[in-house]
Design a protein around this ligand. Structure first.
Ligand SMILES: [Cu+2]
Length: 678
């Protein structure tokens, strides 16, 4: 098997060698005007209107111009091994990773690495969130990707090829692009997060032959779920330092009117349309400048575990310090923006948690004086980009209403908790219905204020957004979707793992799944840290392994196309967040640990399987190294369909990921033991 695997595999080193040849040409061509990118959502400083939020489709002429640009790269792309079937994209975006000196956040102006729409660069002072990209299923979208971010001297010493680069932050000006949650091939030129795109400013001799541009092509299957996804850098060792200053953006997958998917049903049955949507990218900026002049801006995240670097104290100043509510949280680059609504109006809020390590439980509170009016109702309709399954396919009540008062740790509690807890990397689509006039703050609830899967950690309790409900009654004639609507057969979700029921209130773990069980223990090793809090050995482990850091090494976990896998996920120290690329999983139970009797209790099943690509689990208590008590276990299942190739699973606390809490994963063709050609 190993031999066949090698023979059928385009190794990463071979691929990069081929791409090195593209780099020179790319730098010259990338200055051509690229107009296909739809306008960046114009978001005012005080108000988010539905019309400012989503980009309109690019004009046909712009697509043609972009295709012309893409075509100039195709012959070179097709010269690469394994890439002979590359086709012209239907839409092309151009994304620059650059350093902007003019980003404003609240009263502060900062210099930071940023995603910029090359076709429509932001004005000075504009927000630092990346442009919202819209991918249409059934189509191929290209993202022409350039890296020219700046580097600060000492940082460059943490070379790409530094020893122990599998478990130390390093290579801060190298980057790449990950389409978080998309079911697309992990092979280049698609969602390959092992690629490394160097900066045009980077002179590290170890990376000088890497490309500075890359033409990503994403073919979204015609049956892909429509929903809320996002994109961010995924260069191992530098993810937190790049996502932290704001290198992230929303990625919305859309279908077509009349296709019967959730967007279409909401429009036709409930009069909730794209014009009623608000895309809200949540970011936290608690970063240190690398020099006092603020002329260069690779950031040390606060609390980053840097090995072999000068202590971040003498030449740094802090921008936004964490307060008692956690790090201040910006929405699309603004602090506490306002949304205006009328009584009875419904908006769809697409929340994206793009923070490095903050977890939120969104909840409303009245902020005015006098008798509190009824706060807006909150319904979850999708998490991690996939429409919820119904509990009862014939249910007639609006779905899924968040009941913040639940407290008994039963099925309803854990289901609600899973839907409303928003851990790093996760998304939730909420319908917000205004009940009464007043000013209401959407904020992060604390423990005890709402059901949550955060049981012994500290959620972020920042202000998020303010909703001002006028005394006018809405004339939009909207309605809430019933539970039965979510049973409509035209709603696309991932393929159901073998033996896992698609819905129903009596889910049990099948006794004989024809599958593999993957049990993953996430662990922070306290004794690996020195007195300064810097690891001197791998400190963030999954099954006692850390990411090998070698792009040519064999995958650390092998799965097979066509298999279903059950995932048992737990932590024995510290809270962690499991994320796996390419195939989402259906979470269906949490299994509490009895700390007194030292054993797992009976599983608490969700009311319906909940599709996710990212999931949170707490550490147990006490979590001292000599007395590990595991936290609540998550049980999930997934089916490995459509794609073979190499990708990763990891903790989505990005500090943990950069310190090695990641494994390389391969999905192999069971016949050949290798990867299919794309
Ligand atoms: Cu972690």
């Amino acid at each position: 098997m190993t031999q066949a695997f090698r023979e059928n595999t385009l190794t990463r080193r071979e691929a990069l060698k081929g791409m090195g040849a593209i780099a020179g040409a790319a730098a010259a061509v990338s200055v051509l005007p690229v107009a296909a990118r739809a306008a960046i959502p114009a978001i005012s400083s005080t108000k988010l209107a539905a019309s400012d939020v989503l980009a309109s489709p690019p004009a046909a002429s712009a697509v043609a111009a972009s295709n012309q640009l893409a075509a100039s790269y195709l012959s070179q792309l097709q010269g690469l091994p394994g890439l002979s079937s590359a086709t012209l994209p239907d839409t092309l975006y151009a994304l620059n990773c650059t350093t902007r000196p003019d980003i404003t956040l609240g009263s502060v102006t900062l210099t930071a690495t940023s995603y910029v729409d090359a076709a429509n660069p932001p004005a000075a002072g504009a927000v630092q969130v990346g442009p919202t990209m819209v991918f249409e299923r059934g189509q191929t979208t290209g993202v022409w990707f350039n890296n020219s971010m700046s580097v600060c001297g000492p940082i460059n010493n943490v070379s790409m090829m530094a020893p122990d680069s599998g478990w130390r932050p390093h290579g801060f000006t190298m980057t790449n692009l990950h389409t978080h949650g998309l079911h697309v091939t992990p092979q280049p030129p698609s969602d390959d997060v092992l690629l490394m795109i160097r900066s045009t400013t980077d002179s590290d001799p170890h990376v000088i032959d890497q490309p500075t541009s890359f033409p990503y092509f994403y073919t979204v299957p015609a049956d892909h779920p429509v929903g809320t996804f996002w994109y961010h850098p995924h260069k191992h060792g530098a993810v937190a330092s790049q996502v932290g200053p704001g290198m992230s953006g929303a990625l919305i997958v859309r279908g077509k009117a009349g296709d019967g998917d959730i967007d279409d049903l909401l429009a036709s049955q409930c009069n909730i349309t794209a014009a009623d949507e608000i895309v809200a990218v949540m970011q936290t900026i608690d970063y240190y400048y690398t020099n006092p002049a603020k002329t260069q801006a690779v950031f040390y995240p606060a609390g980053y575990y840097i090995g072999g670097e000068p202590a971040p104290s003498t030449c740094l100043d802090q921008m936004l310090a964490a307060n008692t509510n956690g790090t201040p949280t910006s929405i699309n680059g603004q602090l506490n923006p306002t949304v205006s609504m009328d009584i009875g109006q419904i908006v769809r809020l697409r929340l994206v948690n793009a923070s490095n390590g903050q977890t939120y439980i969104p909840k409303f509170k009245y902020t005015g004086t006098g008798t509190a009016p009824v706060v807006p109702d909150v319904y979850a309709i999708a998490v991690d980009g996939i429409a919820l399954l119904p509990r009862n396919p014939a249910g007639t009540a609006p779905y899924y209403k968040i009941d913040y008062s639940l407290s008994a740790k039963d099925s309803a509690y854990y289901t609600t908790a899973e839907l409303i807890t928003l851990a790093p990397g996760q998304r939730v689509d909420l319908l917000i219905k205004a009940n009464a006039a007043g000013t209401f703050e959407l904020y992060g609830a604390g423990l005890g204020e709402a059901p949550t899967v955060v049981e012994n950690n500290t959620p972020n309790t920042s202000s998020l957004m303010t909703f001002v409900v006028s005394s006018t009654k809405s004339t939009k004639n909207q309605s809430l979707p019933t539970e039965a609507l979510f049973a409509t057969g035209t709603i696309q979700r991932p393929e159901v793992p073998d033996s896992l029921p698609a819905s129903g209130s009596t889910i049990t773990v099948p006794s004989s799944m024809p599958v593999a069980t993957q049990t993953l223990e996430f662990k922070t090793v306290d004794s690996a840290f020195n007195a300064s809090g810097v690891p001197t050995a791998p400190a963030f482990l999954i099954n006692d392994q850390h990411f090998d850091g070698d792009p040519a090494a064999s995958p650390q976990l092998q799965l097979y196309k066509g298999d279903s896998d059950v995932w048992n996920l737990y932590s024995s120290n510290d809270a962690h967040i499991f994320h796996i690329h390419i195939n989402s999983f259906a979470a269906f139970a949490r299994v509490p640990y009895d700390t007194t009797n030292r054993g797992y209790e009976a599983p608490v099943y969700y009311q319906m399987p909940i599709w996710r690509d990212t999931i949170y689990f707490d550490a147990g208590t006490p979590d001292t190294e000599s007395n590990f008590v595991p936290g609540t276990m998550v049980v999930a299942a997934s089916k490995q369909v459509d794609f073979t190739g190499e990708f990763v699973l990891h903790c989505h606390n990005l500090f943990h990921e950069d310190n090695g809490m990641m494994l390389s994963v391969a999905i192999l063709d069971p016949e050949t033991g290798g990867y299919d050609k794309t």
